[in-house]
Design a protein around this ligand. Structure first.
Ligand SMILES: C[S@@+](CC[C@H](N)C(=O)[O-])C[C@H]1O[C@@H](n2cnc3c(N)ncnc32)[C@H](O)[C@@H]1O
Ligand code: SF4
Length: 473
């Protein structure tokens, strides 16, 4: 997560601050030249554009470099999570790694669904839930992600009910696919107390759905629209995940998707940029074509402007109609435990990753051992960087509350980053708060995209390790 390698000698990590300072200098000069002297007097718009593109490239490059360092986890056979201390609000994330059809762009830990593998998995998951109780944990919220959590409704219900009986759960979010939006399933989800249902749609364009391997199993654009219309109004928040910047996607396809989703009037839209690991990009090249991140701003500007008159931005890529719950739980919960195969948690300044090998996961849990396979401790500056990234992704950051929580002054600690983003007009300071500008929302989208590409590379690495271990066992 997060930015800077704690294994580096101190001098080098201080260098990091200087890096941003140097970057700020190089960007600010042509930027101000373009924005003020030339921009005002000669109206050379292309120089403005140059400054914008330059800032975009610098941010992407710096974020990619830092994520590579910070997502270096340390594997070990004998890892555990600590007993609970303190009472920071904590979320329980549960991962269900089974899908009826696998999509070519996706790097999450998922395999093709087989009932005889999924049932023992759910049983093991319930044992892992009990292990956290024994370690003294309590959780305020539950997020079930996948894969496809609704793949076996009876197992999902039993597992959610267990979590709610053990912990002080205030809100439940669950991800699903459009073909599971049946009246029967929706009744069950309502009965087990789901507040936020998140449906992965990606696009309504049939040609694109076919290329993404989703048309036959998850439904045509028309069918998806009808199912969403039926599901709207049942839950506190119905969220729809859409994606932009697929290789064969055009602005016309995006416009059509926007027209359909606006007409459906769902509570919330999360519009992800394509964020593919290096390995996935190579695989996608054959079927879908090459990924070009340079088209991202055009797509994002179009969708953000179109949605602005119907929805309010609640993060850089989430648009809501009212007081809906947002998708990125890390914005509201600094601490979260990750349960299930391939889940990642963040507790007390350390990130923990469970084994990506589903069979090994079941074996370990059944033997009474927590299935943690790797961890990464973060130094204070890294924790502040993570909070800076996540809180501002949610558009605002209150400096006093961050300072009180960590006992340090964020403004002094992260001055190079804050200076840089103020120079490129991404951030404003309003009293005690830092806030993103419209331009800043796009910069944060870039940083989050790079962050998740880094996470996806890490997932690919873990899966490859799991396969190697299985072959050599
Ligand atoms: C991991 S899926 C799990 C839920 C469900 N299976 C689905 O397809 O929606 C959750 C969401 O992640 C997003 N997603 C998956 N892979 C992505 C990628 N490579 N880049 C951007 N978003 C991605 C999709 O929008 C998807 O709806
Ligand atoms: S996008 Fe959803 S359905 Fe497709 S492979 Fe990923 S988790 Fe499964």
């Amino acid at each position: 997560m997060f930015f800077a390698d704690q294994r580096m000698p101190r001098k080098k990590s201080e260098q990091y601050g200087q890096d941003w300072g140097i970057i700020a200098k190089f960007v600010s000069k042509p930027y101000h030249f373009a924005e003020t002297r030339i921009g005002n007097h000669m109206r050379l718009d292309f120089l403005r554009e140059y400054a914008y593109v330059l800032a975009e490239k610098v941010i992407t490059h710096a974020a990619r470099k830092k994520n590579e360092q910070c997502l270096r986890f340390f594997p070990s056979e004998s890892l555990s999570v600590p007993r609970r201390s303190g009472n920071v609000p904590t979320l329980l994330y549960m991962h269900i790694p089974f899908c009826e059809e696998l999509c070519p762009y996706c790097s999450f830990n998922r395999v093709t669904f087989q009932e005889d593998a999924a049932r023992p998995y759910f049983a093991a998951l319930r044992k892992e839930i009990l292990m956290y109780k024994d370690l003294g944990y309590d959780f305020n919220a539950l997020y079930v992600g996948g894969g496809t959590p609704t793949i076996l409704m009876d197992e999902l219900s039993e597992t959610v009910r267990l979590v709610k009986s053990l912990y002080s759960i205030g809100e439940v979010s669950i991800e699903t696919n459009p073909n599971h939006l049946t009246p029967g399933n929706l009744d069950v989800l309502k009965a087990i107390g789901v507040n936020r249902l998140s449906v992965g749609v990606q696009t309504f364009d049939d040609a694109l759905l076919k290329a993404l391997n989703r048309y036959h199993k998850y439904g045509s654009g028309q069918e998806i629209g009808e199912r969403l219309a039926y599901a709207q109004g049942i839950f506190h928040t119905l969220n729809v995940d859409l994606m932009f910047n697929f290789p064969m996607q055009t602005i016309e396809m995006l416009d059509k998707d926007l027209e359909i989703i606006i007409s459906l009037g769902v509570d919330q839209i999360t519009y992800y940029p394509l964020m593919s690991s290096s390995r996935t990009q190579k695989k996608m090249q054959q079927d879908l074509g090459g990924v070009s991140y340079s088209r991202g701003r055009e797509f994002y500007t179009r969708l953000a402007e179109t949605l602005a008159s119907h929805y309010k931005a609640t993060t850089a890529w989430c648009f809501s109609r009212s007081d809906t719950m947002i998708d990125e739980y890390a914005v509201n919960y600094e601490e979260y435990a990750g349960l299930g195969s391939g889940a990642i948690g963040h507790i007390g300044g350390t990130a923990y990753a469970n084994t990506f090998d589903i069979e090994a996961y079941i074996r370990k849990v059944n033997a009474g051992i927590l299935p943690v396979a790797a961890k990464r401790d973060f130094a204070m500056r890294e924790r502040l960087c993570y909070e800076f990234l996540m809180k501002l992704f949610g558009l605002r950051l209150n400096l006093s509350s961050v300072n009180a929580k960590h006992g340090v002054n964020m403004y002094y600690q992260l001055w190079p980053e804050i200076l840089f983003f103020r120079l490129v007009r991404g951030l404003t300071k309003e009293g005690d708060e830092l806030a993103l500008t419209k331009r800043g929302q796009y910069y944060w989208l870039l940083m989050m995209r790079e962050f998740f590409i880094g996470v996806n590379n890490f997932r690919d690495y873990c899966r490859a390790q799991a396969n190697t271990n299985r072959e050599t066992a």
